[in-house]
Design a binder for this molecule. Structure first.
Ligand SMILES: Nc1ncnc2c1ncn2[C@@H]1O[C@H](COP(=O)(O)OP(=O)(O)O)[C@@H](O)[C@H]1O
Ligand SMILES: CC(=O)N[C@@H](CCC(=O)OP(=O)(O)O)C(=O)O
Length: 277
């Protein structure tokens, strides 16, 4: 579906409201493989910054990690949407997520004058974590316990856009962190105005239809009844946490829609919004 891009005059009130506010956008690996999608995303983020909004980008890279693991002949499996991460897998996650994926995204953002800086959760102890045992022992999978907000705010207020790869620092080494959960945790730690999650489906689907709006308890019900599965599980888990902790507005939308981020912040109701309640 294509949407009419609003004019500057249409969106002036929203721009005024959002000036100086922090918006965390998470782009999923599922939508990062198309050059057109990445360019549209980069233009949106650069435009937000040009209008005085403070964007932060958190990225995934699951499919790229899968591809590299396959090339290296390493089997991979997921438990409830989280990659089971042994030592060998962790090395590949680190190499791909904090390396290739992060740098390519930074480059494309900077092609559109975003002034992006790529970091990972290990830098300045951005994400400190402990072993996540929610689903038993699934290896080096981290659960964030604290965020270095000052580091992110310093970058933002010096005019940079932080582009964050989700590995973190733990007592006994580096951990792999699910990118949706990390984005949600960061949004709540920074009391962000909005969290936008871009993925490869039109929103949260129930019986094949997009649900326009979900309360926390409805989202919880979708998890408990296994309507939300695989990659949607960490999204909803993170989002519930973020909404409970004061993030005003959370949206799960299709990142393949051209200018999805700008359309969303300018009030087109795309995808699923998750609200308190
Ligand atoms: N109820 C649901 N609604 C929408 N997507 C769902 C649902 N349950 C499972 N999914 C899966 O979640 C996927 C998105 O998560 P994921 O593959 O991890 O993408 P990303 O890389 O964007 O994080 C969808 O492509 C879909 O297969
Ligand atoms: C623990 C865990 O599952 N980590 C993820 C990190 C990347 C990610 O979340 O990428 P997407 O957003 O593209 O799914 C992984 O290894 O795939």
């Amino acid at each position: 579906m294509t949407y009419r891009i609003p004019t500057i005059l249409d969106v002036l009130p929203m721009l005024t409201d959002l000036k100086g506010k922090i918006i965390v956008t998470k782009i999923g690996g599922s939508v990062m493989r198309s050059k057109e999608t990445l360019e549209s995303f980069a233009k949106d983020i650069a435009t937000m910054k040009a209008f005085g909004i403070k964007p932060i980008v958190v990225h995934g890279g699951g499919p790229e990690i899968n591809q590299m693991l396959e090339k290296l002949g390493i089997q991979t499996k997921f438990q409830s949407g989280y990659r089971v991460t042994d030592k060998e897998t962790l090395e590949v996650v680190l190499m791909v997520l904090a390396g290739k994926t992060n740098k390519h995204l930074v480059k494309i953002l900077n092609d559109f004058k975003a002034n992006a800086v790529g970091v990972c959760g290990v830098d300045a102890n951005l994400f400190e974590c402990e072993k996540d045992l929610t689903f038993g022992d699934i290896g080096f999978v981290g659960k964030i316990v604290s965020v270095n907000c000052d580091f992110v705010l310093d970058l933002l207020y010096k005019g940079y856009i932080p582009v964050i790869a989700t590995v973190g620092s733990g007592k006994d080494g580096i951990y792999n962190i699910n990118a949706d959960v990390a984005a949600a945790y960061l949004a709540k730690a920074l009391k962000a105005e909005k969290l936008i999650i871009l993925t490869d489906v039109d929103g949260v689907l129930v019986n094949g239809e997009v649900v326009k709006s979900l309360t926390i308890s409805q989202a919880q019900h979708l998890i408990e009844t296994s309507v939300a599965k695989e990659g949607m599980l960490p999204k909803l888990t993170g989002v519930i946490d973020a909404v409970k902790d004061g993030v005003k507005s959370v949206h799960i939308i299709n990142g393949k829609i051209e200018h999805a981020v700008l359309l969303e912040i300018f009030g087109m109701t795309l995808g699923t919004i998750i609200k308190e309640g």
